[in-house]
Write a protein that binds this ligand. Structure first.
Ligand code: SAH
Ligand code: SF4
Ligand code: F3S
Length: 484
């Protein structure tokens, strides 16, 4: 990856117009300001990022951290910091409420910490009503930006330092993908890689297309170069990120399928495991199933959100598949990759959901036997078609169905658990167990956790572990000693 030498940037000149050069100029400029403050305070300046929502947001937070680190801020865990950032989510109402709660807390901290800068970014900022609320009731916020202009953080910070006013920069949408900006990764052995941004599907309940803009695929060469760089740095597992990875490449100048991108990535030496998220059932191709069948690196796990088992509701949700076609797809995947782990997302209480519709969802859970499922109570998002649909389901009914759903998911997950008991499996060692410092925690290819005794040096390595006992959602295992 292209890196810029901050010391060589001439700050007496005007900033460049083109990106990313312009941002490297502002990073260098902010760095001077931060250095001066840090000399004045006789301590390093600190930052704290709190991330809400999905892996897209986590990845964005790494980019933000990369910029702040170049500027000279040092990361701390708590919000008692010089620069506090909330990277927000708005997919469900409770995500918004959590942000406002935390923001109130940060406001109190700021009263005791005058130089503190508070920034808000992410999906919630793309909604006018949320921003209005902040402008009127949370005047202490310094910087607001959105999902399309994260790369501009240094420039926005400079504007804030120069002006002392609330700086708001929000873009409705963008065609832009800025490459070669700083980057800070949370793990040294695994990494998320964006392959596309935005979403074009407009599922009728979902706010994401409104706050993340239209679908844009990154150029395959940029993706491959990033992954080659990661492999060189010792990364062994990558997670390809997109709202609908199965439609990757459709809008590129030279269209390319997701399956062929996977094949290209597979050739990169050093990368041992490839994961991806999320896979929309409507665009999942036979070509992809075939690549997964033959691949030695693509993990045996697929997250395949169903949302509802009722074909009638799936139509109203604008999902473009039926209960039957989904189940056929599952059969096809399972016959190609027999030991694959399937997980899903389910919404209960979508407008108009009847007891019969809900029974169809339970039926799918019984038939598929997911290893796990994220279950959500439908949340009304203003501006989406579903928000004004007739037949909004009463809370009591939705809650009662939610409990039944959870029980059904758990019952079926237990049924499918333990498939690998008494076998030797490859495990990527991720961390020291929270409960016991002598125990390591790692993941199988199918994403299931394993705990076993071993030395800390194994973190980041792929080792062989014998799975002694299934505990339902995880295994207890023993390290095969040749690894150590
Ligand atoms: N692009 C992914 C999903 C991203 S959002 C996909 O299509 O599979 C993650 C999950 O949040 C969705 O799968 C859905 O189950 C849930 N979700 C989205 N909007 C919601 C809403 N309004 N209420 C409840 N759950 C919602
Ligand atoms: Fe939302 Fe549907 Fe896009 Fe997923 S595919 S982000 S659920 S609109
Ligand atoms: Fe993700 Fe939430 Fe945005 S789920 S895309 S962070 S609205």
């Amino acid at each position: 990856m292209l890196e810029f030498d901050l010391d060589k940037i001439d700050l007496t000149k005007e900033p460049a117009i083109e990106e990313p050069q312009r941002q490297w100029y502002y990073i260098a400029k902010c760095r001077e300001a931060v250095k001066a403050k840090s000399e004045e305070y006789q301590r390093p300046l600190t930052y704290c990022i709190t991330t809400f929502g999905c892996q897209m947001n986590s990845r964005d937070s790494e980019k933000i951290a990369g910029i702040l680190r170049q500027i000279g801020y040092v990361e701390v865990e708590t919000e008692d910091a010089d620069f506090v950032i909330y990277n927000t989510c708005t997919v469900r109402e409770n995500a918004n409420n959590r942000v406002f709660g935390r923001l109130g807390y940060a406001g109190k901290l700021k009263q005791k910490h005058p130089g503190m800068i508070i920034a808000l970014c992410g999906c919630m900022m793309q909604e006018a009503t949320a921003v209005e609320k902040i402008k009127s009731s949370y005047r202490f916020v310094d910087i607001i930006f959105g999902t399309h202009n994260i790369f501009k953080l240094a420039e926005l910070l400079m504007t804030r330092l120069d002006s002392k006013r609330m700086v708001i920069d929000l873009w409705k949408d963008t065609q832009m993908i800025v490459e070669n900006l700083p980057n800070e990764r949370k793990y040294h052995f695994k990494a998320g890689v964006n392959i596309m941004f935005g979403c074009n599907n407009f599922c009728s309940y979902c706010i994401v297309p409104y706050v993340r803009g239209r679908e844009r695929s990154r150029n395959p060469e940029d993706i491959l170069e990033e992954i080659r760089g990661l492999a060189k740095d010792g990364v062994v597992e990558i997670m390809l990120l997109g709202q609908n990875v199965n439609s990757y490449g459709k809008n590129l100048e030279q269209p390319m399928t997701f399956a062929s991108l996977l094949q290209e990535i597979e050739r990169i030496e050093g990368i041992e495991r490839i994961r991806f998220m999320t896979s929309h059932p409507k665009d999942l191709s036979d070509e992809l199933i075939d690549v997964m069948k033959k691949s030695t690196k693509v993990c045996k796990h697929m997250h395949l959100p169903i949302q509802s088992g009722s074909t009638r509701l799936l139509g109203i949700m604008n999902r473009h598949y039926t209960k039957e076609s989904y189940l056929e797809l599952v059969d096809k995947i399972r016959s190609a990759v027999p030991d694959i782990s399937l997980t899903t997302d389910i919404i209960v209480g979508f407008p108009g959901e009847t007891e019969e519709d809900f029974e169809e969802t339970l039926d799918v859970i019984r038939r598929v036997g997911y290893d796990s499922a994220f279950t959500y109570l439908y949340s009304k998002r203003t501006g989406t078609p579903a928000a004004t649909m007739d037949g909004q389901v009463a809370d009591a009914v939705a809650n009662e169905r939610f409990d039944r759903l959870l029980k059904e998911v758990q019952k079926n997950a237990t049924r499918s658990a333990g498939r690998e008991e008494h076998t030797v499996q490859k495990v990527l060692v991720e961390e020291v167990s929270e409960q016991n410092a002598e125990v390591l925690t790692g993941r199988l290819s199918n994403n299931i956790l394993v705990h076993f005794h071993g030395p800390h040096e194994l973190i980041g390595k792929i080792v062989e572990v014998y799975l002694d006992e299934s505990k339902g959602f995880y295994y207890m295992g023993s390290l095969i000693q040749d690894n150590a």
